[in-house]
Design a protein around this ligand. Structure first.
Ligand SMILES: C[S@@+](CC[C@H](N)C(=O)[O-])C[C@H]1O[C@@H](n2cnc3c(N)ncnc32)[C@H](O)[C@@H]1O
Length: 229
């Protein structure tokens, strides 16, 4: 079934594109960075993780290798088809209600910056609804200069160039961001809406969902461990 694009989101390039403009083929090629190590250092060994917005399993697979159990959620069936070794659930995160709780709920990939504030509230409520008592919600936020230090580019040693081309205001508190990924044989672009959040606004959003910051895991404030308030 072809899903409708989310408003303000668009993607170009070979293969299937998700409603938020991500290319399945691109995410299958992107190497994983330090994310699995940051996560593994912040949660108990062998924890049961609910991963929201897993894509093709770029983080899922290294987490499984580190001995965690993962339930991977994504609204794109084409992304989930590529996930191996995890239980998969296809659907919008904001509507998820599994009736079970997890040691860890993971909301990575800057999804907390959803352009639509109602979607963001839904995402955070899903985190709160699925975290076990004494469990942790791990969130990946944008860096402080994400929307200002533009354009910028990074040549990845694995052989592609990531260009963050622009971030233009398109509504109250919302920017339209354009990113390009250039490989020798293909180029993908993604345009998406993002709502920058100051640490205060981020913490307020957590509070609305019944969560609070337990600790910032990285000095840049990008990775956060939250708990039920
Ligand atoms: C930028 S990709 C990142 C995927 C993965 N976390 C990674 O780092 O490789 C975002 C993924 O989240 C999914 N996604 C975004 N918003 C969603 C939502 N509200 N509900 C379900 N899936 C969503 C997209 O389909 C896409 O696969």
């Amino acid at each position: 079934m072809k899903l409708e694009m989310r408003e303000g989101h668009q993607g170009t390039g070979p293969g299937a594109i998700t409603p938020d403009g991500c290319a399945v083929e691109l995410y299958s090629r992107l190497p994983v960075g330090e994310e699995p190590d940051i996560i593994a250092a912040a949660v108990p060994p062998g924890a049961r993780i609910l991963e929201l917005g897993s894509g093709v399993g770029r983080m899922t697979h290294p987490l499984l290798e580190r001995g965690f159990t993962v339930t991977a959620v994504d609204e794109s069936a084409e992304m989930l088809e590529r996930v191996r070794g995890a239980r998969t659930i296809c659907g919008p995160i904001e509507d998820l209600d599994l009736g079970e709780r997890f040691d860890v709920v993971l909301l990575a990939s800057f999804l907390v910056h959803a352009g639509d504030a109602e979607v963001r509230r839904g995402l955070l409520r899903t985190c709160a609804r699925h975290v076990a008592e004494g469990g942790h919600v791990l969130i990946q936020r944008e860096g402080a200069d994400y929307h200002t230090d533009l354009p910028r580019e990074r040549v990845d040693p694995s052989g592609f160039t990531l260009r963050l081309v622009s971030s233009e205001p398109v509504g109250e508190g919302v920017n339209s961001v354009r990113a390009e990924y250039e490989f020798p044989d293909a180029t993908w672009t993604q345009t998406f809406l993002a709502r920058p959040l100051t640490p205060e606004q981020f913490e307020e959003a957590l509070g609305e969902a019944g969560l609070r910051v337990d600790r910032y895991l990285t000095e840049d404030g990008i990775w956060v461990r939250a708990v039920s308030a």
